[in-house]
Ligand binder design. Structure first.
Ligand code: AMP
Ligand code: ZN
Length: 459
């Protein structure tokens, strides 16, 4: 039950916009989108807030090192705000390609410095924070249970693995920065009661989430890397300041991994959505892959998995298109709740179990492939209903002709030109490329060139 009748307040930890978001990041936003759409599907209004971290996220979790925005700016030879705008725009475009809805509020950290300062002041007044020569720190000894609320690794494990170069200004090694005094050359700095400086990353999320959603709200999401320190710090600061519970449900997305390694910006090797589109995949095939993984187990990303998701999506589209043609576009809601719809809904209510929800969708697709038009009409209704949450553009696929994408068309046209020019070696080579890259089989017939999607082979 949400805190306010009929309304769910949800905060998603947003990206640090110093670089492109990789598909691991995007996977976590697909999950958040499923959560939102599930609540909306069941009739709740969702107030969704996502932050954009455009200052304060330090390269190292231990408060030392460069701000990621400064790093991005230095790398590109640009201003941090320019970088932030550019990567925010690209990120929002990627989200839309994945049918991830825009949150009601997108809150930039640099627009909320005053709220952060007010919150830090409150913590100082309450004795939970102290002013040091290089900034303001949260005193973890004033918050019993600090670092243990989310069942992340135990504090002992953490201490053992931590780099131990303790800042001498901290009273306790685990104290964390709320505010950092500006260093010479800091590109982003603001006035504060403690001199010029910039905010810590954790305080941003506390200040912005509470501003828009109230001091206690329903759901807070992020990737599993946020369990500690980010979210433990958010809990400590927020609850110390308000004396109230901060968040009712935390949802952490397990990582997307490649070869058993977490995909991470700091590690260099990562893929963007543009990369996988460039390999010939539909962005929505990535969404389908993410739905097939769910959020609890994470996602082992392989091209084999992507191939399977792409063929699965194409198969769904074909089935829907054929059924839609057979019913002449008629769609009919089954009387009462159909067993398949119930299965789908139960899956979502079972901790957003999207793999199970997809299994229910497969049953509806089997029904859509029967020859009974009444059944097909029901199947289509159920699939379109499910698509409120799955958001795979299934309705669109019923009515749009299967067209070549711009990249596919360009290659197809080049092959046509080669064939017409009598360069058969070239034309054969391009025919092979169409098959290998896009899974498109080309046939020359006496009525001209025909093409068919047969899916990419192997990988
Ligand atoms: P960042 O821009 O690094 O703050 O990350 C944005 C969001 O993506 C955060 O919620 C992270 O926890 C999440 N995230 C980062 N890496 C991954 C990954 N490999 N798989 C899933 N989520 C991730
Ligand atoms: Zn956050």
């Amino acid at each position: 039950m949400p805190l306010r009748a009929g309304e769910v307040g949800m905060y998603n930890c947003g990206p640090t916009v110093y670089d492109r978001q990789h598909i691991g990041n995007l996977y976590s936003y697909v999950v958040a989108d499923v959560v939102r759409r599930t609540f909306e599907y069941f009739g709740y209004r969702v107030k969704q807030v996502m932050n954009i971290t455009d200052v304060g996220h330090i390269v190292d979790d231990a408060d030392e090192g460069e701000d990621k925005m400064a790093l991005g700016a230095r790398r590109a030879g640009k201003d941090p705000l320019q970088i932030a705008d550019e990567y925010t725009r690209l990120f929002m475009e990627d989200r839309r390609k994945l049918n991830v809805q825009d949150p009601g509020v997108v809150a930039k950290a640099t627009d909320h410095i005053a709220e952060m300062i007010a919150l830090i002041q409150r913590l100082i007044e309450k004795g939970n924070a102290y002013v040091a020569p290089d900034g303001v720190y949260f005193d973890v000894t004033t918050f019993p249970g600090y670092g243990t609320r989310l069942n992340a690794e135990s504090p002992e494990q953490r201490v053992a693995g931590a780099r131990v170069e303790v800042n001498p200004h901290k009273r306790h090694p685990s104290d964390f920065a709320l505010w950092r005094a500006a260093k010479p050359g800091d590109l982003q700095q603001w006035d504060s009661p403690w001199g010029r400086g910039n905010p810590g990353w954790h305080i941003e999320c506390s200040a912005m989430s509470m501003k828009y959603l109230g001091e206690t709200f329903d759901i807070h999401t992020g990737g599993e890397d946020h369990l500690f320190p980010h979210h433990e710090c958010e809990i400590a600061q927020s609850e110390a300041a308000t004396g109230k519970p901060f968040v009712r449900y935390w949802l952490h997305v397990r990582f997307l991994r490649v070869d058993n390694e977490r995909m991470a910006k700091s590690k260099g090797g990562f893929f963007t959505l543009d990369d996988i589109s460039g390999w010939g995949y539909d962005p929505l095939a990535f969404r389908l892959l993410a739905l097939g993984a769910g959020y609890r187990n994470g996602l082992d990303f392989t091209t084999k998995g992507m191939d399977a998701a792409q063929s699965r999506l194409e198969r769904w589209r074909r089935t829907i298109r054929t059924a839609h043609a057979a019913t002449k576009g008629r769609v009919a809601e089954p009387e009462g709740e159909h067993a398949i719809t119930r299965e789908f809904r139960d899956a979502l209510l079972d901790d957003f179990n999207t793999p199970k929800a997809l299994a229910a969708a497969e049953k509806a697709l089997n029904l859509a492939a029967t020859v009974d038009t009444d059944e097909q009409e029901h199947a289509l209704w159920m699939l379109f209903d499910m698509d409120e949450v799955l958001a795979l553009s299934l309705k669109e696929s019923a009515t749009t002709n299967d067209e070549l994408s711009a990249d596919e068309r360009a290659l197809f046209d080049r092959r046509e030109a080669a064939r017409k020019a009598g360069d058969y070696a070239k034309s054969d080579e391009l025919r092979k490329e169409l098959l290998e890259r896009f899974g498109i089989q080309v046939k020359d017939t006496k009525d001209g060139t025909r093409w068919e999607r047969v899916g990419r082979k192997g990988a």
